[in-house]
Design a protein around this ligand. Structure first.
Ligand SMILES: [Zn+2]
Length: 309
């Protein structure tokens, strides 16, 4: 426990590029309310959450029907334990459509605000609530706001002990709120080659003019014109010879959500810009690429590869 990673040799623990991801990519959705986001963390207190309008169900249903329409059979939904406790039927509805339920923590506390023991109970609580609601095992985890970094590397050991088989918590970019720019860009074993119980599946980046640019959907995809987002996504897959990971949130397709006027200007810009056009852009991506869940697109080929198949 407490192991930092400063001298870790990532290259030794990379998943080999010979693993065949079948030209498929991962579609993932972080299921949280409009008021549970990192951008409003200093503006809206957790104590006030209860009195705010819940809109996550409506927007998640919207995304479920888009997935149905575009015949994408499976996606991974990283859900908050809080959502599972308040709306267990929503988690069940997602699972019943054949999608994978994964864990986004209990109430969006970023890892560096938690001691290892607090993190453990935060994640365990969420995992239990999700499994109970979904009726399926939860084996995937994504840290709130990609807050797994060198300083919180201890989280991997805890996740592995709790039965998680993968994490998708690193964004190998430089960003003011998150990111670990020197992290590997393709799946790797964060506990080293001698312990492959958990694999990290980092968000996709693509290198242009020596810089790692975010290529995984989310806010950048919403803010930039569609053709740029699509170009970066495809280029990342080619450069990394790996599946690309797309992610988004239900609140990004909700232009009618309540406005948080007293949040900082930059936070408001990042949160609200492009919401009106987001759903159409997402539909185009879903029509253009073949997507699947983390389990299907990344984990299953890894298992096959390990078995020599
Ligand atoms: Zn989140």
């Amino acid at each position: 426990m407490g192991s930092k990673v400063s001298n870790h040799d990532y290259t030794a623990s990379l998943v080999p590029t010979s693993v065949n991801f079948d030209n498929k990519h991962v579609f993932s959705i972080d299921v949280e309310e409009w008021f549970q986001v990192g951008a409003f963390e200093n503006t809206i207190s957790r104590l006030d959450w209860q009195g705010l309008e819940s809109r996550v169900e409506l927007q998640t249903q919207k995304l479920l029907s888009v997935l149905r329409e575009t015949r994408q059979t499976k996606a991974t939904f990283f859900c908050l334990g809080d959502v599972a406790k308040r709306l267990p039927h929503l988690i069940k509805a997602i699972a019943d459509e054949g999608h994978e339920i994964a864990c986004h923590g209990s109430d969006h506390k970023r890892l560096f605000t938690l001691a290892p023991e607090e993190f453990r109970s935060d994640v365990l609580n969420a995992k239990n609530a999700l499994e109970e609601a979904a009726g399926q095992a939860v084996i995937g985890y994504r840290a709130p706001s990609f807050s797994l970094t060198k300083d919180t590397w201890w989280a991997y050991e805890i996740l592995a002990n709790l039965g998680f088989q993968y994490s998708s918590s690193l964004y190998p970019i430089q960003h003011d709120h998150y990111g670990m720019s020197d992290a590997p860009k393709t799946p790797f074993y964060p506990l080293g080659n001698s312990n492959k119980s958990i694999v990290e599946i980092p968000m996709s980046v693509c290198k242009i003019f020596g810089r790692n640019l975010p290529a995984s959907g989310g806010g950048y995809f919403r803010l930039l014109p569609y053709f740029i987002g699509k170009h970066l996504f495809a280029k990342a897959a080619r450069q990394n010879q790996s599946a690309s990971i797309f992610y988004m949130h239900p609140w990004e397709v909700d232009p009618n959500q309540p406005l948080v006027f007293d949040a900082p200007l930059l936070s408001r810009f990042r949160h609200y810009t492009g919401q009106r056009g987001m759903l159409d852009k997402v539909k185009k991506m879903l029509k253009h690429y073949q997507f699947g869940s983390m389990e299907d697109v990344v984990l299953a080929p890894l298992v096959r590869h390990a078995d020599g198949l």
